[in-house]
Design a protein around this ligand. Structure first.
Ligand SMILES: NC(=O)c1ccc[n+]([C@@H]2O[C@H](COP(=O)([O-])OP(=O)(O)OC[C@H]3O[C@@H](n4cnc5c(N)ncnc54)[C@H](OP(=O)(O)O)[C@@H]3O)[C@@H](O)[C@H]2O)c1
Length: 356
């Protein structure tokens, strides 16, 4: 397998590297810490390279490793995507990552022409964020081709990994985001609440600045996109009031201290938790006359991230790719997510909107 996994010794990179090795594949493992990269590569008997994320160094390393694709797992990607995608474009290497950050999706979408000219696929978001929601968006757009509004949401069990928590710390005090009339708009944190039936009865959910605010538009062309997640009442209140503390996060050292705390205390869900938890995804597309609702049940978000990232990496290496910026549901279609073990999709009957 001519794949390089960068950030291989992080929580998620490690899970991906182990699953690829268990399947008999031989990706090159990479990361900035030589000892940690070497240690994991020795344990899994895989080739490795240690290098910092500097575009020139990374390009030289990709050339030397002679790989066809990179699976970038070192986040927060807002800090790491640029040098890696530049190295990929320079060396004609496909770029995949597991970001969920709107800013990163938009930054990479803006490189569509460069990626097309280089003949490489640039596909961020090949993990839980955004594979299931993006595929559900594509499915809903097929069910209601003239939809004007898209709402997506999820209820996840099982807790966060260190990197996900660190990425969340980075965005504290930055508020939320939705898409309106095709444009991404800033809104307050948890600015809208809604009771959603994710498949197990209605529960409270709030809006979050999830990657689909960027990607669902690229996949479906639907101009109004809102993403929700299920959270308990007290957390909804805390999310809303976090905007009041926004200036605190700008003070010198506050974010760094919180990042250190995250790395010292968050370990990520263990194997038993990953095995026994699920995620419930809901989506609704509508226009003035009709509404369609579909749902997915998926394995734990990190299990799904590993499976989805490797599924897409294998497709790319098998020659299934499109040059330029692409989204998972856009390039591989709505049923991509159904190729992952343990994923099920259900559709409600379309509903005619009263008074239409
Ligand atoms: N899309 C999804 O659904 C999904 C799922 C899982 C994770 N993620 C995202 O993936 C990222 C990693 O998560 P994780 O839990 O695996 O994190 P983690 O355990 O903290 O690992 C992060 C990895 O990235 C490396 N790294 C961080 N900053 C770097 C930099 N500037 N240059 C080079 N390497 C750097 C770290 O190396 P050092 O230890 O040397 O710093 C480590 O190998 C996060 O952004 C997270 O939000 C997304």
């Amino acid at each position: 397998m001519d794949l390089l996994i960068y950030g291989a010794y992080g929580y998620t990179g490690d899970l991906i590297a182990r699953q690829a090795a268990a399947a008999g594949e031989e990706p090159t493992l990479a990361g900035r810490d030589r000892a940690k990269t070497q240690h994991l590569a020795a344990e899994l008997d895989l080739p490795h390279r240690a290098f910092d994320l500097d575009a020139d160094d990374a390009a030289a390393e990709l050339d030397a490793a002679d790989v066809d694709a990179v699976l970038h797992c070192a986040g927060p990607f807002v800090e790491t995507h640029r040098p890696m995608v530049e190295a990929c474009i320079e060396t004609g290497t496909h770029y995949l990552d597991i970001t969920g950050e709107i800013e990163v999706f938009e930054s990479l979408a803006a490189r569509d022409d460069e990626a097309t000219d280089a003949g490489v696929q640039v596909m961020p978001g090949v993990g839980f964020d955004v594979v299931p929601t993006d595929c559900l968006a594509a499915h809903l757009a097929e069910r209601l081709p003239d939809a004007t509004d898209l709402r997506l949401g999820f209820q996840a069990e099982g807790g966060l990994s260190p990197g996900t928590a660190a990425t969340a710390v980075n965005s504290m005090g930055e508020g939320g985001a939705v898409r309106r009339d095709g444009r991404i708009q800033s809104v307050g944190s948890a600015h809208e609440t809604r009771r959603i039936d994710f498949g197990r009865g209605k529960t409270g959910a709030v809006t979050i600045p999830w990657g689909d605010v960027s990607t669902a538009y690229h996949t479906t062309g639907i101009g109004n996109v809102t993403v929700y997640t299920a959270v308990p009442g007290i957390a909804r209140l805390m999310m809303r009031s976090s905007d009041l503390f926004a200036p605190v996060f700008d003070l010198p050292g506050v974010t760094d201290t919180l990042q250190d705390l995250v790395h010292a205390t968050v370990e990520g869900p263990d194997e038993a938790t990953r095995e026994h938890t699920n995620c419930y995804v809901w989506g609704e597309a509508s226009n003035d006359e009709q509404r369609v609702v579909s749902r997915l049940v998926t394995p734990n978000t990190y299990t799904l991230t590993v499976d989805a990232a490797l599924l897409i990496a294998r497709k790319v290496l098998d020659g299934e790719w499109e040059a330029g910026f692409g989204t998972p549901g856009g390039v591989y279609g709505p049923d991509l997510v159904l190729e992952i073990d343990g994923v099920e999709r259900t559709d409600e009957k379309p509903v005619r909107i009263v008074g239409a």
